[in-house]
Write a protein that binds this ligand. Structure first.
Ligand code: SF4
Ligand code: SF4
Ligand code: SF4
Length: 250
């Protein structure tokens, strides 16, 4: 089941420590924007008197990864859905496919790629909590084994009848996610998407695509083109590196 995050909206005090810790951990520009951007991977929004975190849900079967033509996104065994900006070719398929509208584009860059929370994959692999969980002073964001987080969420809901909506957001949505949320206000009022299927949309990606006439041939040609562009970009980068290595730094 891997690791995950449990976010309890009833405990969040809106201090923003999670957002600031994320910025520092991932060497992102310090300004925390109100909405997710390619440079703000998590933010806290006020809804219905609660403070609600926004971030990638780290789907168990990520639709973003299923549509990426160059495999820049992938689910790791530990839980995070990681992203390789070196591979990304900026096509934005992941942005269009994500049911939670998470990946954001570097609109200000000449060669843009996307940005999103990577669930502190390096820290998680080393057995450390995510930076946002470590920074949270109110235990509103908790890091741990997903099975333990589910148990904790169920315990909080059952031990205080009426204090929570009887739903763990992310347990079933889109086939389950590594980020789970609980709240005392219905999730649709918090701006969360609630009309999501319980089976992973990613499983339908290929069913849908393969029904398009000539898809296989067109897709094959497309992938060949992608491969060629990516290889060409790597060649150019290597050549530039080589040139710079000879002292040409004008
Ligand atoms: S929430 Fe979106 S970006 Fe995050 S893993 Fe799921 S599909 Fe990918
Ligand atoms: S924008 Fe980048 S990460 Fe997203 S689908 Fe395209 S290549 Fe993959
Ligand atoms: S898990 Fe890591 S990358 Fe994701 S929001 Fe928290 S600090 Fe940022």
């Amino acid at each position: 089941m891997g690791m995950g995050l449990l976010i309890d909206a009833t405990r969040c005090i809106g201090c923003g420590a999670c957002s600031s810790a994320c910025k520092e951990q991932n060497k992102l520009p310090a300004k925390v924007e109100e909405v997710l951007t390619a440079y703000t991977w998590t933010t806290v929004q006020e809804r219905e008197g609660l403070n609600v975190r926004r971030l990638c849900m780290h789907c168990e079967v990520p639709t973003c990864a299923s549509v990426c033509p160059v495999a820049a996104l992938k689910k790791t065994p530990e839980g995070p859905v990681v992203y390789d900006s070196e591979r990304c070719m900026g096509c934005r398929y992941c942005m269009m496919a994500c049911p939670y509208e998470i990946p954001k584009y570097q609109w200000d860059r000449p060669v843009p790629v996307i940005g999103k929370c990577i669930m502190c994959a390096g820290r998680v692999k080393d057995g450390q909590p995510t930076a946002c969980a470590a920074a949270c002073p109110a235990e509103a964001t908790t890091f741990g084994k997903k099975e333990d987080l589910i148990w904790e969420a169920r315990t909080r809901i059952r031990s205080k009848p009426g204090a929570y909506v009887d739903h763990i957001y992310g347990l079933a949505e889109t086939g389950g996610t590594s980020v789970l949320m609980i709240s005392n206000v219905p999730f649709e009022k918090l701006g969360m998407k609630t009309n999501l299927p319980s089976d992973p949309p990613a499983q339908r990606t290929w069913q849908v695509l393969s029904n398009i006439p000539n898809f296989v041939g067109v897709w094959g040609a497309f992938l060949f083109g992608v491969h060629w562009i990516t290889a060409r970009r790597d060649d150019v980068a290597k050549a530039e590196h080589h040139t710079n290595g000879r002292g040409d730094r004008s």
